[in-house]
Design a protein around this ligand. Structure first.
Ligand SMILES: Cc1cc2nc3c(=O)[nH]c(=O)nc-3n(C[C@H](O)[C@H](O)[C@H](O)COP(=O)(O)O)c2cc1C
Length: 414
């Protein structure tokens, strides 16, 4: 069978769940939660487009395990007190076209905007270094052992409740410089207890969460992990260590590993690294993912810079089992269907290429999130949105979400 044919054939995960094909919508934080940080009609409308877009699986934007630790003010939270009905409806919409419904679950660690919370738990008290933007981020505070155990419980609770709500699985976010990725990184994790130092210690939090989620949710629930191929930063987690982490995950019955890279300090997931390491122009992490697939016992997917069918098939040829796309599916939610009708169809990846990496990253996110909000309001997407106008709209939306978040949660200072 050709790689093209394989891409459109079903894939059975180790847990027994079946993806109707191997094209996956990767996580995109929508920043569009409804009242009380729950999914509502806007998110349901958005996800209906993907549900009928011919995808094998759909991964939600990151859902927070703790309402006091948010990647953004309009995030969705699923904790022990969240009512389940909105999540039941969300999973129902996501599954309505036959795709698997996977919830990504996350804790931001130190990558928290100060406007949302001025206090952020992290492996160590090492603040984000983003030049003139650093001041916009919360002070990082070293988590105590008790706080680390609380975080493990929070991930397990969210995963168990996702299962209860009808999701086919969860994806644990251990990439992009969020908490679990911070623990893995020797640059951010400067602890000298059992949670820091050697890789086995730095990976302990991720391994514990994976093991406990597996024990709680059982073998018929899909457990995915999103991992950096490398942090692409001086003193960050290198590619050899990423492969070692996958070797650990091999023993834990993980159903899939998604390979990405980078963090706020080094936005490799947008094709630009902090250490100036070169990435491919398209499919940024394809080579790293192929190396990981060679040692992984579970299916491997890679995401980043994919918008054309020939690139997707080359990823399957290189040994990966799934192809992940985020931005291209924001503008063209039925891209997988379009590829089947016309293999030459080119998806759009909205990117801002300004010299200032952080500003470029903010603008890129604004342009993509604008598409998500438009779909959520049943408006058509824009193939060429204005950078400045998208940034202004996103800034206004974030300010509104921040005010609402504060009125719901208040801020935690200790
Ligand atoms: C608006 C936006 C929000 C994102 N939110 C998340 C997220 O919640 N979780 C995650 O793992 N990655 C997130 N990403 C990163 C994507 O999943 C993906 O790794 C990255 O955009 C590269 O893929 P692409 O080139 O197909 O967009 C986000 C990307 C964008 C553009």
């Amino acid at each position: 069978m050709s790689a093209h044919q394989i891409l459109f054939t079903p894939l059975t995960l180790p847990c027994g769940k079946v993806l109707p094909n191997r094209i996956v919508k990767a996580a995109m934080e929508e920043n569009m939660s409804g009242a009380n940080l729950l999914p509502d009609h806007n998110l349901f409308s958005l996800y209906r487009y993907w549900a009928h877009g011919g995808l094998g699986a759909i991964i939600t934007g990151n859902v927070m395990v703790d309402k006091h630790a948010m990647t953004g003010p309009g995030g969705v939270v699923l904790d022990e007190n969240s009512p389940l009905a909105p999540f039941v409806e969300w999973s129902r919409v996501m599954s309505s076209g036959g795709s698997l419904a996977i919830m990504q679950i996350n804790h931001p660690g130190r990558q928290v905007f100060k406007s949302v919370n001025d206090y952020a738990l992290a492996p160590s008290a090492v603040n984000l270094q983003l030049g003139r933007y650093s001041k916009q981020f919360a002070q990082a505070r070293e988590a105590s052992c008790d706080q680390i155990y609380t975080i493990i419980r929070q991930f397990v609770t969210t995963a168990a409740r996702a299962k209860e709500a009808g999701f086919d699985g969860v994806q644990i976010h251990a990439a992009h410089g969020y908490l679990l990725s911070q623990f893995l990184s020797p640059r951010v994790n400067q602890r000298n207890d059992q949670w820091g130092g050697c890789l086995a210690n730095r990976a302990r939090l991720l391994i514990n969460i994976v093991s406990e989620v597996k024990a709680k949710c059982g073998n018929d629930f899909a457990l995915w992990v999103k991992l950096n191929a490398s942090d692409f930063q001086r003193d960050g987690m290198p590619p050899e260590e990423a492969r070692e982490v996958v070797a650990h995950l091999n023993k834990l019955g993980v159903d899939a590993v998604e390979v990405s890279g980078g963090s706020y300090e080094s936005p490799a997931m947008q094709g630009r690294t902090g250490d100036d390491a070169p990435l491919s122009k398209e499919a940024y992490f394809a080579d790293f993912a192929a190396q990981i697939a060679a040692i992984a016992e579970m299916p491997v997917m890679t995401t980043g810079g994919i918008s054309r069918l020939p690139v997707a098939t080359s990823i399957i040829e290189s040994g990966c089992s799934m192809v992940g796309m985020a931005s291209a599916l924001a503008t063209t939610p039925d891209l997988a269907k379009k590829w089947q009708e016309n293999p030459e169809y080119r998806g759009v990846i909205l990117r801002c290429n300004r010299k200032d990496r952080t500003l470029a990253s903010l603008i890129t996110m604004s342009m993509v999130r604008r598409q998500l909000r438009r779909l959520g309001n049943d408006l058509s997407t824009l193939r060429n949105p204005s950078e400045l106008w998208s940034l202004l709209l996103d800034t206004a939306h974030r300010a509104k979400m921040t005010r609402r978040y504060k009125s719901i949660v208040g801020s935690r200072n200790s």
